[in-house]
Design a protein around this ligand. Structure first.
Ligand code: PXG
Length: 284
């Protein structure tokens, strides 16, 4: 494991941030979760672009130029040495006096952790998982734009707690209009009527990097695909369903709200895309 904080490497025990950091006090900051496959950082450019856009949207100036940050990330991955890893890159508003005003924080902090992660047990990739629809709605775009990958995950966290309590591994979040947005940390896809469909940012789906990769792979494989508004009816009647995300990678879904999806096993399109995805991440 490698941890880099504001220019210095430290061990797990010494890796500390101030209790006055506004990332902790107010969730004021942005982050990315990134994977390393075979020693290469997967879609680093896309992750960094999203990080800088998220920061810009909350008027947070990342105190490193994109190229410097890119070199810092790849340097930490090399220093870590493991060919497969998970990177958590966090930029907080930094240390300031108590009080929410971001102007109290003179300098943002950058935290970079290179470690391992396992979102779901391996067995789930073969069997699929069960979802439930959360009673909570995705945050309204009238509050803030969900394309900002911020440190404010309470809404998602509450939906995850609800899923845990119901014995499900993930929950579907509907948007304010009752259309499907995504899950707590993954995007959602269905295969229905010969088309691969996924909600768009207009329905409050995060513009996931894994989601974009899957759309590219589907295009290259000649599969019809579309960003589409989906309802619970569309999920329940889908032939196949799966989730995508840096953590989950590509996770088959075989049950939603107690209804069996397709024949209750990961379908042929899901298995095909999972195979293509696994090839893609190992490409030199
Ligand atoms: N929706 C939400 C709300 C997310 O947080 C995704 C979709 C998938 O996006 P990507 O770009 O990863 O394909 C996410 C991603 C973590 C963690 O440590 C969270 C995410 C990714 C990696 C790690 O909880 N969220």
């Amino acid at each position: 494991m490698k941890i880099w904080i504001d220019g210095r490497y430290c061990g797990r025990e010494e890796a500390r941030i101030s209790v006055f950091d506004h990332g902790l006090l107010y969730g004021d900051g942005v982050f990315e979760g990134i994977r390393v496959y075979s020693g290469r950082v997967f879609r680093l450019r896309e992750h960094l672009e999203r990080l800088y856009r998220s920061a810009r949207a909350i008027l947070l100036e990342i105190p490193l130029a994109p190229e410097e940050l890119r070199r810092t990330v790849t340097g930490a991955v090399e220093a870590n040495g493991a060919p497969d890893a998970y990177i958590r890159l966090v930029v907080t508003r930094g240390v300031g006096e108590l009080g929410m005003n971001p102007r109290l924080c003179p300098k943002p902090s950058i935290i970079l952790i290179v470690d391992e992660i396992r979102f779901y047990p391996e067995k789930c990739y073969a069997d699929g998982i069960a979802l439930m629809t959360s009673s909570l709605r995705r945050i309204s775009p009238a509050s803030y734009d969900v394309r900002i990958k911020s440190l404010n995950y309470l809404n998602n966290l509450l939906a995850k707690i609800e899923a845990n309590q119901a014995g499900c591994l993930e929950a579907v979040l509907l948007n304010q209009e009752g259309r499907v947005a995504e899950c707590t940390g993954d995007n959602i896809f269905i295969w229905s009527g010969g088309t691969l469909k996924t909600p768009s940012a207009a329905d409050q789906a995060l513009e996931g990097i894994t989601r974009a990769v899957v759309l590219e792979l589907a295009a290259a494989a000649g599969l019809p695909r579309a960003e589409a508004s989906l309802t619970q009816y569309d999920l329940y009647t889908a032939e196949e369903c799966f989730l995508t995300g840096t953590g989950a990678e590509l996770m088959p879904v075989t049950k939603i709200d107690g209804r069996t999806i397709g024949d209750g096993t990961p379908g042929p399109v899901t298995r095909r895309i999972l195979e293509l995805f696994r090839e893609e991440v190992r490409k030199p």
